[in-house]
Structure formats: structure tokens, C-alpha cells
Design a protein around this ligand. Structure first.
Ligand SMILES: *Cc1c(COP(=O)(O)O)cnc(C)c1O
Length: 467
């Protein structure tokens, strides 16, 4: 007899099979077995996974699920693999993986305290911890977790707009606002500027040096030029670090100019703020405490699954200011027992994403997580040195984060792209590429704990052997 209630024995069997298979998958991946990435064409994937048949007929049970899972695992990227060097996507740790399991069963959308007291309190405490690392007093600063850095960016720029143009919420956006950012700024910034109704031309590029870092001594002139052109800069975005180059900015010098000019400083720490946990590397973020807003992705260097990002503001009230809106059916109870965060975020229903970060911290401690971050940054440096030592390869200055660039020497930009594509078709190495200072570079993000110099040497051997 079929029941719509949970089949307890079937769930335990399927979940146990999944736990065993996933553990085996991670262990094999960390040992370098199997591909780093596989992307069969969608028709083949649909056939191998039986997608349309399952939809039409149903009837999946634990053994069928295990077989399905094997095919699923064979048709995707494997972020735990030493050759998984393409993107900033984390190799999730055990705590975060368990948090996703809990959420899948419990579904406590904790934006409203009464819907998840534990999850809401965990978010509160995790944000408080992040604020402290930035160097802010949690009593006066504020923050919230969001589904990703792009949403966090939008939220931060909304806060900047609300502080400087509060009437925009009711009256619409006046013409002539501007946001200044270097060309390395993540495209989430350009999107936010357009989504906020400022118009794409409101994003004004800052002058950069030959490694695409902001030239602080030219920021004042950039602001003056924007003003002379009739624009009113409401924010300046400083990546820390830049997605493409992995390089950090001179935040104290930039903060000096922003303070003198009265321009909101937004530090995009989506990738690099995690270096705050690593005592040997946190100097890269010196000056971050002078920002008005910061974003920070835990699903990059803090080893949670996608997504878990934070938007943090130096003055807590700036976050509520970003969303001046009446919604009395949920906001009525100001003296209630808990912490309601609907007035600080874009989302209404929100997953308990703080639990992922919390359980990672609970498993390894902040010191352990900091050692992971430092270890990956230091491994990127060792890989850089290994590439630099190989004839036939070109590297820029040593990396500052776990992102590094290199090129096949004597090959044009098109060949760099072709190298990446051939590697991806093989599947043993998944790498990315970026255009920096007008030239195409191959790009590695050293994230998986299994990625090491030996893997990088194999990558170079493979590139040398390409036809
Ligand atoms: C990844 C990244 C983003 C976007 O974050 P998502 O979580 O992918 O939306 C923004 N800024 C920087 C610097 C990034 O590296």
C-alpha cells in the first residue's frame, strides 16, 4: 500500500547508500581517480539517468536510487579532485554537507524566527563572528546571509543608495548617480547597477595599473571627473581580491580617498575575505574595517556548498535602510521573542544557510578553517613557483590568494583557450582562463585539499604533450 508519509526504512536505506557512495566518490576523487569534470551532451545525460522515464513512471526506490546516483556522479564536475582547478567553487567539508542534509529534511525557512529558532540564531551568531573578523563591533554593525555574492552585492549597493539618496525608494532613482569600480570588478556589480535603475553607464571604470589594481593616487581624479561630468558617485567598489587575478587592493589608501570625498566604500571580499581567518595572510585585507559595506562568500574559501554569502555593513541601520518597505503581516511584532531578518534581505523565504558555515566551524574550529585557507594560498604559491621553473611557461608576479595565472609561452591567446578546451574534453583537469591587461591567461583556483604541486606538474606535462 502506498502512503504519502515518509517510508522510514526506505529513507534510511537510500540515505545510507547515498552516504556510502558519496564518501567513496570523495575518497576516489581525492586520490585522483576518475575525471575532474565530465560534460556529456544533454541527450546522453537524459538517457543515462532515465530522466523522462522516471518522471513518467516514478517508482524509484533505494537500489534504483543508488544506481541513478552512480550515473549522476559520472555526469558533472568533481570538486574534490586534485585536477579541479577551474573555479572558486568550494570542495564542501563534512559539516556543510550535513547541514544540507538537515535542511533537505527539516526545511526551516528561518527568515522569520518562528520558522526556525535554531537556524535563525545560528545565522545571527555566524554573522556576528564575521563582523568581528572584519573588525567591527557587532553591537553597532550589522549583516545578513544571502543566497550568493551577487545578491549580497545588490544589497550592499542598495544600502549605499539608501544612505545617500533615501528618496529613491519612494520617488525612483534620480539621474546622474554613479558607481566607481575597476574593470576587474565582478559582473555582479554591473548587474546590480543596472538592476537598481542607475543605467549601465553609471558604472564608471577606475584607473588601474599593469596588474589591473586600482591606482589609489588616481581615485580622487576619477571621482572629480565623474562629478565634473554631472554625476554623483554613491559608491566605490574595491575587489578583495579580484576574481580574475586574485590580487588585493591597497584598501587603506582607497579608504582615505573615499573618506575625504564622502563616497561609500564597498569592499567585495566575496572571494578574499576568508583570508581574514589566516594570520599569515590577513594583512592583504588591512583597511577592510574602514569599508561601509563588505560582502563575503562562505561557498568559496570556507568550504560550504553553494550558496552561503554574507553582506555586512559598518552601521547596522544601513541594512534596514536598504529595504524601506511596509509589510505589516510579518513585521508587526517588534517585541517578539526572536530575530526577524526580513527587513534586511531581498529574500522572503530563505534557506538556513548559516548552518553550513556553522557546522564547518564546529567541525574544525576557526583555527582549523584558517589553516585550510592559508594552506590553499600557500599551495597556490608553490604551484606558481613550479610553473615558473618550467621552460615554456610564463607567470606574472606570485599569487596573493589561491588564484593564479599562467600562460603557455610563445602561444597566442587563441591557443591558451584551446589548451583549456582540450584539457576539459579529456576530463582530468578542469581549469579556467581570464583576460588580464589585454592578454588571455590560463587560470587556476587552488581549492580542493587534494590539489598539490604533483597535480600541477601532471597538468604541465599534459599541456606540453598537447598536439
Ligand atoms: C564570486 C564573486 C562574486 C559573485 O558571487 P556569487 O556568490 O557567485 O554570486 C562577486 N564578487 C567577487 C569578487 C567574486 O569572486
Amino acid at each position: 500500500m502506498s502512503s504519502e508519509r515518509w517510508d522510514e526504512a526506505g529513507w534510511i536505506e537510500a540515505a545510507s547508500a547515498a552516504a556510502r557512495r558519496l564518501a567513496g566518490h570523495v575518497a576516489a576523487a581525492e586520490a585522483g581517480r576518475g575525471p575532474a569534470a565530465a560534460q556529456p551532451p544533454p541527450g546522453e545525460v537524459a538517457r543515462r539517468l532515465g530522466l523522462r522515464r522516471w518522471i513518467a513512471e516514478g517508482g524509484m526506490d533505494a537500489p534504483a536510487f543508488a544506481a541513478f546516483l552512480d550515473e549522476y556522479l559520472a555526469c558533472g564536475t568533481n570538486v574534490h579532485h586534485p585536477g579541479a582547478l577551474a573555479h572558486q567553487v568550494a570542495a564542501p567539508d563534512v559539516g556543510a554537507a550535513l547541514a544540507d542534509l538537515l535542511h533537505g529534511v527539516l526545511n526551516n525557512p528561518m527568515s522569520i524566527y518562528e520558522y526556525g529558532a535554531a537556524a535563525a540564531t545560528i545565522e545571527h551568531v555566524v554573522v556576528e563572528w564575521m563582523l568581528g573578523l572584519v573588525g567591527w563591533d557587532p553591537a553597532t554593525s550589522g549583516g545578513v546571509l544571502t543566497h550568493g555574492g551577487s545578491l549580497a552585492t545588490l544589497t550592499a549597493l542598495l544600502a549605499a543608495r539608501a544612505r545617500q539618496v533615501p528618496e529613491a525608494w519612494d520617488d525612483g532613482v534620480p539621474g546622474g548617480l554613479a558607481v566607481l569600480a575597476p574593470p576587474t570588478a565582478h559582473y555582479a556589480v554591473a548587474r546590480a547597477v543596472s538592476m537598481m535603475g542607475l543605467g549601465a553607464r553609471a558604472l564608471i571604470p577606475l584607473e588601474v595599473d599593469d596588474v589591473e589594481r586600482i591606482r589609489p593616487e588616481r581615485v580622487g581624479a576619477g571621482i572629480a571627473a565623474a562629478r565634473a561630468a554631472g554625476r554623483r558617485p554613491i559608491a566605490l567598489v574595491a575587489p578583495a581580491c579580484a576574481t580574475s587575478t586574485g590580487r588585493f587592493e591597497d584598501l587603506p589608501a582607497i579608504a582615505d580617498v573615499c573618506a575625504a570625498e564622502g563616497v561609500w566604500l564597498h569592499v567585495d571580499g566575496a572571494h578574499g575575505a576568508s583570508l581574514l581567518l589566516a594570520p599569515a595572510h590577513r594583512h592583504r585585507l588591512a583597511g577592510i574595517e574602514r569599508a561601509d559595506s563588505v560582502i563575503w562568500d562562505a561557498h568559496k574559501l570556507l568550504r560550504t556548498s553553494s550558496l552561503c554569502a554574507a553582506v555586512l555593513v559598518r552601521r547596522g541601520e544601513d541594512l534596514t535602510g536598504a529595504f524601506q518597505q511596509e509589510a505589516s503581516y510579518v513585521f508587526y511584532d517588534e517585541g517578539g521573542p526572536g530575530i526577524d531578518i526580513l527587513d534586511r534581505q531581498v529574500e522572503c523565504t530563505k534557506a538556513p544557510i548559516g548552518v553550513k558555515l556553522f557546522l564547518n566551524l564546529a567541525w574544525r574550529g576557526e583555527q582549523g578553517l584558517g589553516e585550510y585557507v592559508a594552506g590553499r594560498v600557500e599551495m597556490a604559491r608553490r604551484i606558481h613557483d613550479a610553473i615558473a621553473a618550467r621552460p615554456g611557461f610564463e607567470v606574472p608576479a606570485p599569487p596573493e590568494s589561491n588564484i593564479l595565472l599562467f600562460r603557455r609561452e610563445g602561444a597566442d591567446d587563441a591557443r591558451q583557450v584551446e589548451i583549456r578546451e582540450r584539457l576539459l574534453a579529456d576530463g582530468d583537469f578542469h581549469i579556467s582562463s581570464a583576460v588580464v591587461a589585454g592578454r588571455r591567461w590560463l587560470r587556476l583556483v587552488v581549492t580542493a585539499p587534494a590539489s598539490d604541486v604533483a597535480a600541477a606538474e601532471r597538468l604541465l606535462d599534459r599541456i606540453e604533450a598537447l598536439p
